[in-house]
Design a protein around this ligand. Structure first.
Ligand SMILES: Nc1ncnc2c1ncn2[C@@H]1O[C@H](COP(=O)(O)OP(=O)(O)OP(=O)(O)O)[C@@H](O)[C@H]1O
Ligand SMILES: [Mg+2]
Length: 354
């Protein structure tokens, strides 16, 4: 893995042939990842797919059974905590001392980290919009506030790469929106973000590149736009004569999965070119279009297609059945040390679980 990025600097994350076995469970099965500078990279997969396990290996919390991962060219298994320079984040959920205030928790973390982040505490509290609550004990924080405090703690280190495991899971719609805005803001400040999620809308809105994992294997890696382009789009159509529109759509080459319901009108899958042709055909037949909308659920369709059977490949990643592994997440832990143990690290607070 000595292939550097095009600008001469090693990429934020490069994993090659990453494997993690837990007895008979193959949690991660030869995963390759390529997170480039400036990416907001989505690591997407159903429960138990191996996302957290992969991120744990990336953060040097657990040792790969095979393969390796490098952060800016540095392998946590080889160079220890030094690999985490410029890297911050958390897996599962950040943990803090519940009986201390948010600000005090950050002060402790800054001190553990050598004190450099101390001067940034007020600033990062502002960024995550916790300043008004910083003098309150973490015990009284909501889930969303703890997630944001986790990001504040990570920001203390001025990271160039932020690794976040399902940052928006468990948040209410407003909390999710705030989290998305926050991640956007990180990206705008040139922080490369690797985030895992099983929420397609989140990934769709935030990420330019994705890896989709299923049962430990990468079934697609590459640009989100490319994934969607390959799959075509689902469209919803409402006209003055839907039964006739269905006939015309079925008659036209390149238009597939034509369906109709009273509630949603006509739906079909097609590429843009064929949609244009259909609109002309409708016009010629005297059927007026009331609305024609490309459906954003396409990523969802593709996701299920990739993770529930057929499979596909992207950027050279082949699909595969993978080893079956029972669903369920690993034990909770904060981001940790680069020595292969689960020892907590300054990256993000790891106090007694709150
Ligand atoms: N410490 C462990 N011991 C045994 N099995 C484990 C351990 N950690 C993870 N696994 C198994 O590895 C597989 C992948 O788990 P992982 O937590 O990485 O999935 P995930 O994609 O993060 O899922 P979720 O979306 O539910 O968080 C699961 O089958 C899980 O049971
Ligand atoms: Mg997980």
């Amino acid at each position: 893995m000595s292939d550097p990025a095009s600008d001469g600097e090693a990429p934020p994350v490069r994993a090659r042939g990453l494997v993690k076995r837990y007895k008979e469970v193959l949690a991660v099965d030869h995963v390759d990842l390529n997170v480039n500078l400036g990416d907001v990279y989505g690591f997407l997969g159903p429960n138990g797919a191996g996302k957290t396990t992969t991120l744990r290996m990336a953060l040097g919390l657990i040792m790969p059974s095979e393969g390796r991962v490098e952060l800016f060219g540095r392998d946590p298994m080889r160079v220890g905590a030094r690999a985490l320079e410029g890297v911050a984040g958390f897996v599962e959920a950040p943990t803090f001392y519940p009986y201390l205030t948010g600000r005090k928790n950050l002060e402790l973390l800054a001190a553990l980290d050598g004190g450099g982040g101390r001067g940034r505490i007020e600033e990062v509290l502002e960024v995550v919009e916790l300043a008004p609550r910083a003098q309150h004990r973490v015990r009284g924080y909501s889930h969303g506030m703890r997630q944001r405090l986790g990001i504040a703690a990570a920001l203390l280190r001025r990271p160039r790469l932020m690794i976040l495991d399902e940052p928006a899971t468990g948040l209410d719609p407003a909390g999710m929106r705030d989290m998305r805005l926050l991640i956007r803001r990180l990206a705008d400040e040139d922080i490369t973000v690797l985030l895992s999620s099983h929420q397609l809308p989140e990934v769709q809105e935030l990420c330019d590149r994705v890896a989709i994992v299923d049962r430990g294997r990468v079934v697609y890696e590459g640009a989100l736009a490319e994934l969607r382009r390959r799959g075509g789009s689902t469209y919803r159509l409402r006209t003055t004569d839907d039964p006739r529109a269905v006939e015309l759509a079925r008659a036209q080459a390149g238009i597939e999965r034509v369906d109709s319901s009273a509630e949603h009108g006509v739906s079909f899958q097609a590429r843009e070119h064929e949609v244009g042709a259909l609109s002309l055909a409708l016009g010629r037949a005297g059927v007026a279009i009331l609305s024609l909308t490309p459906e954003l659920a396409t990523l969802e369709d593709l996701f299920f297609r990739l993770t529930e059977g057929e499979g596909s490949s992207g950027d050279g990643q082949g699909p595969g059945p993978g080893a079956g592994s029972p669903a369920g997440a690993g034990a909770g832990a904060g981001a940790g040390a680069g020595d292969g143990s689960s020892r907590p690290l300054q990256t993000v607070g790891e106090g007694p679980s709150s």
